[in-house]
Design a binder for this molecule. Sequence first.
Ligand SMILES: [Zn+2]
Length: 179
Amino acid sequence: MRNTKALWRILIPKRRRASNEVIPRISLSSEARELIKREAALYQEVETGGILMGPAGSATEIRVTYASGPGPNAVHTPTYFLRDTEYCARVLQEHYDKFGIDYIGEWHSHVDLLRVPSSGDLLTLAGIMHDPDYDFQSFVMLLAVKTGRRRSRLELHGFVATQNIVSKAVIKNYKSYNS
Ligand SMILES: [Zn+2]
């Protein structure tokens, strides 16, 4: 793999953006948000996470309808998280069969207040975006950052990777179908 620094730059709003650049928007369902909150609360000192599912399509208007937990064989450490791939693949298959939705990204928690993807996260994104087996046009990374004195508050930060760039996204809520 080529040097990640050369391959990737992270765009953060407030810094200068090219005028023709579109800020991606992630619409997050209340189900997905609640699941992330619930799962993140189960692990205080180590990272956890899962996959994100929604209709595949636009790289700038993204809908996240469901999120999964980590699965029983996931690896949790303070700076690193590896999902249980078998479990996540099964959850994805179920959601695909039921709702026709796809694997569009991943989420994980940060317990060290890092509000942007770590260098390891960028490597993961680079690997996914350049894996010919996946053929993603875009891929979402949601970071659930634990803040507050007892790490009881949760901030969500969204990023969207395309071929050569990772952009900070705006996260919006949308009401679930059945509420
Ligand atoms: Zn991370």
